[in-house]
Design a protein around this ligand. Sequence first.
Ligand code: ADP
Length: 558
Amino acid sequence: MIIGLLVNRTKRRQGEAEATLVADISSKFVNLPSGEVDREIMAAQRRICELLGLDFSTLWQWSDGAPGFFTLTHFYSARDGPQPPERMNQDQYPWARQQMLAGRIIKVSSLDELPIEAACDRETLRQFGIKSNLAIPLAVGGGQALGLLGLGTMQAERDWPDALVKRLQVVAQIFANALARKHADQALRESEERMTLAAEAAEFGVWAWSITRNEVWGSERWLRLFGFVAGETVNFHKILERIHPDDRATVEREVRHALVSGIDYAGEFRAVLPDGSQHWIASRGRGYPDANGTPTRMLGAARDSSERRLAEMETRELRGHLAHADRVTLLGQLASALAHELSQPLGAILRNAEAAEMILQTPAPDLDELRAIVTDILSDDQRAGHVIERLRSLLKRRSLDPQPINLQAVIAEVLALVHADAAARQVKLAFAATPALHMVLGDRVHLQQVLLNLLVNAMDALDACNPDQRSIQVVAHRTDVATVEVRVSDNGPGLPGDSPERWFEPFFTTKPNGMGMGLPVSRTIIEAHQGKLWAEHGPQGGACFCFTVPVVGGEVDN
Ligand code: ADP
């Protein structure tokens, strides 16, 4: 009985010591930085072996990087001797591998206990001189095992009582959690590094704003963008202070809106640095809410966009100038047409005035006749006024103002304008439109400019042809419910062998006095109308320029 009591007491003591060890290990791993996980695992392995009188403890992991292998990552041995290999082919433990993947513990007090299916495993264990062995799978949250914790003896066989196994399972769980956290940290660090690298390559600065702590972390490049020095503590308020006063409220409003709405922030603003210099910054960011939906973090990237801004402004300005210059050139070419247009009403006015003068010289002037003459003079004067008004609106530099317009009337007006010029150049003009074209949404003056351009180009191209063969056809028709297409085709030399897209490049011209801006400007105008402008082979063998404009409303009243 005494012996029995003594054995019981020893067992109890051992149990208590084991429980203390587990509690101890567990407390060590609470909030353990991932850099210390490996060291603490190995220290725990040593303490377990010492307390239980084991010869070794191994921790094997498997990874996608080395499929088919167990990799020894943590090891403790109580005695000197050969270390197990760093990598072990899983084929050497086929049965154990199955058990581990199924999440089962392997408890071997004596190698003879192993089932027949484990013959290969037994042989391997024997080769390593292992007498008894306990292997516990390492898994997190019921997922697939990421490795196993092995414990064993080489001197003598031993038992693995259930109570002990349960405690060691707790330890294995602690290890598994710590390793999973370490892997996740590592993956996060790697992905952060990759992101920073990519951002650097794209000349982006990255930033992370902890809203709860009101702290902004930024990469070096980002800090430089706002004129902050490395290591400076930055918060949202400090950033706002570096933003141009005119842009500040917008940025603040847009960022807050992004956080509330969950939509990404994307903005461009001017930064004013402490030395007074200014530049543009384009920034994007995404808010990350906590479990309650409250945004706690925002991550993003920013870059210096001054160059692009400047280029954009220059292009816009240049385009304005060119479009203007282009209109002036066109008007030069159209001078004769306009003179012709004006000469008609002016001639009529003159003739009417002469007639009136003659009537007035008669003894009893016919007042009704005189009244009719004055009405004619007034209407002719209005006609002349309209011609001049058209001229003026063509010359004026103005922005696009799309209105519902009658495209057929616009085409007719332009054809009237070029009529005299065409006649002088012996070019036949023909116009055909589907009887009821819909109103289109467009800017009259800009569309006139496009048409003029295409017609003048076609006439220029026809200079190369025999005078009796020069003809231009303008056709307008609906292609679908939403679009009207206008086609200007000539029977000139036509498209070049290579891509006609070249014609649309700015400054491409084959004319001695050409500017090469007509087509690019026309295309810009049509695209601003949500339409397309392109060139194709014409039905008469020459070139055909086509453009589309969107339809609005109902049919035109004829
Ligand atoms: P420009 O008229 O000042 O040369 P454009 O941009 O209007 O500038 O035209 C570019 C070039 O496209 C012209 O120089 C000409 O070579 C070619 N081109 C345009 N329209 C036609 C056409 N209808 N037939 C043949 N070539 C054309």
